[in-house]
Design a protein around this ligand. Structure first.
Ligand code: C2O
Ligand code: CU
Length: 562
């Protein structure tokens, strides 16, 4: 294994990825951020210097951070933000996981302004662990795109009287798109220099496309014209039995790898389409005007570079999407099984705790003045992050933490901390009281998806959970899955539920939140504290403590207004 070193400076920059200019927040002026491509077992060291206007932190989405909770990059939970002018070194080792991940700013809605990039971990034993061979390997980042700066949208969206979530202006693939500037008369727009992404694929061969929805709010459906079989082989870092699909659906935060076989004969160029699913916005009346789709060109030709682009409009594909069903509901693709009859870590048969969490947006359907989990609307404490308070509390004598359960005097009700004693198996029943879906992401580990459905959670028995073993009903076709999927971002559909199980064996404080960014920033978030006994021997790194020395106003720059 190796140490991979990166030196990043966060800078503000006006950019026009699709033609329209907006103020962006970038790593060294690059957008998307640089690809981190490593092998399992490697160590990543990233020196981050923040020269932007806002405070920030970088979260490594889906990375376990086993034993390195300090490096999770969650403002108000594991660290103070990196205030303007401050720097911080992220340093962690990638053990026990491979697959497709990404990183993003975790203060306010900075990922919407461009602070996001891909992270790929190659499996050390790919030959044995992957069910299909492939010749080339590509990252395909999908994201919604807002022309107005995120912090302003965030302030507006949380202000009384303005209760609907902002709807994206456009979509990007790998940070690219091309719009017609005449459709945006009120905005500064230059089309020259913009381009469409091109994937050069050797004809006849298999290619791995790693789709990641790194956007803030929109769900995507992805398809490739005239390629109706897109076998999924990876879901959020978990290798699965290849499952052929014609359309891939991703909530914000989710990743799917598919193997595309370049075996069509009609043309050399095909459209890859990434369409934002309007039904998931809660804006059923949003006009059908075409801005919701981003396209890339799948080109049969010897690969020239990993990620090409094409700016002139000659030679564009003429293929069409007549075979695609447009998706109207926002649910996960859950009917999947982990690859190999014996998964590395089978799901425990019983849980030690089962938490019933009702989630909703506070003001009626589709409104987001506040996001709520069991009466609690999360507000990060950016001067005293949760992890710091635990460690400082253990070090002081008057800390009245009893080791298990919900909150203590040390935490505000708005922080909702659920803690476990020792290594416990935890079930979470997410009961969604809203009309819209909520895709929940758990930091620090993956969760088995034991079931999901519409209406109220029917109870374990009714679900067909056997007394022994992990049999459960697939909501889509009522068959029993013996080997449930493990992932890090899972959805409770509108007026529905999802049953999640995880082993709380990773010491630290882990945020659990809706990954639709207007919902999480409105407070639909909470924390799990795991293995507190093991944290008692930890010392808070000086590097972490130093960040908290910045002025309060500096730390809160870019954070949601309270
Ligand atoms: Cu990608 Cu806390 O999230
Ligand atoms: Cu949500």
């Amino acid at each position: 294994s190796q140490i991979r070193y990166y030196n990043w400076t966060i800078v503000d920059k006006d950019g026009n990825p699709d033609g329209v200019f907006k103020p962006m927040m970038t790593i060294d002026g690059q957008f998307p951020g640089p690809l981190i491509e490593v092998n399992e077992g490697d160590t990543i060291v990233v020196d981050v210097l923040n020269l932007a206007t806002n405070a920030t932190s970088i979260h490594w989405h889906g990375i376990f951070q086993n034993g390195t909770n300090f490096m999770d990059g969650t403002s108000g939970v594991t660290q103070c933000p990196i205030a303007p002018g401050y720097s911080f070194r992220y340093n962690f080792t990638l053990t026990g996981q491979a697959g497709t991940y990404f990183y993003h700013g975790h203060q306010g809605v900075q990922s919407l302004d461009g602070l996001v990039g891909p992270l790929v971990i190659h499996d050390r034993d790919a030959a044995n662990n992957l069910p299909l061979r492939y010749e080339s390997d590509r990252v395909v980042l999908l994201q919604d795109w807002y022309y107005d700066p995120g912090s302003g949208l965030l302030r507006d969206s949380l202000s009384p009287g303005n209760e609907a979530a902002p709807v994206p202006n456009a979509a990007l693939i790998n940070g690219l798109n091309q719009v017609d500037c005449s459709l945006h008369p009120g905005r500064r727009c230059v089309r020259d220099g913009t381009a469409l992404p091109v994937l050069n694929l050797n004809p006849g061969a298999n290619h791995r496309l790693r789709f990641a929805n790194v956007g803030g709010f929109a769900w995507f459906q992805v398809s490739v014209d005239e390629h109706s079989s897109l076998p999924i082989v990876e879901v959020d870092g978990t290798t699965i039995e290849p499952a052929a699909e014609s359309v891939i659906i991703l909530s914000p935060g989710q990743r799917y790898s598919v193997i595309l076989t370049a075996n069509q004969a009609t043309q050399n160029n095909y459209w890859l389409r990434a369409r934002m699913i309007k039904a998931c916005f809660g804006e059923p009346n949003m006009p059908e005007d075409g801005v919701d789709e981003a396209k890339a060109i799948v080109q049969y030709s010897a690969p020239s570079k990993l990620l090409g682009s094409q700016s002139d409009t000659s030679g564009l594909p003429t293929t069409n999407d007549t075979n695609i069903n447009y998706i109207k509901t926002c649910k996960d693709m859950t009917s999947r099984s982990t690859y190999r009859p014996t998964p590395p870590q089978p799901a425990p048969e019983y849980a030690d705790h089962s938490w019933y969490l009702r989630i909703n947006l506070a003001i009626g359907d589709w409104r987001l003045q506040r996001g709520v989990i069991n009466q609690s609307s999360f507000r990060p404490n950016l001067q005293e992050p949760t992890l710091h308070r635990f460690l400082d509390g253990f070090a002081s004598s008057n800390f009245s933490f009893n080791g298990e359960g919900i909150n203590t005097a040390a935490f505000a009700p708005s922080e909702l901390v659920i803690s476990n004693k020792g290594v416990e198996t935890v079930d979470v029943i997410l009961q969604n009281m809203d009309e819209g879906s909520h895709p929940f992401h758990l930091h620090g580990t993956q969760m088995w998806i034991l079931g999901a459905g519409h209406g109220y959670f029917p109870g374990y028995k009714a679900l067909g959970l056997k007394p022994q073993g992990m049999g459960l009903l697939d909501p889509n076709n009522s068959t029993v899955i013996d080997n449930p999927l493990k992932r890090d971002t899972a959805t409770a559909e509108g007026f529905g539920w999802v049953l999640l199980r995880f082993v709380a064996d990773n010491p630290g404080v882990w945020l659990f939140h809706c990954h639709m960014i207007w919902h999480s920033e409105a407070g639909m978030a909470m924390q799990f504290a795991s293995r507190l006994e093991d944290m008692k021997s930890w010392a808070l790194p000086e590097e972490n403590r130093r960040l908290c020395g910045a002025d309060r106003e500096e730390l809160y720059k870019g954070a949601p207004p309270s």
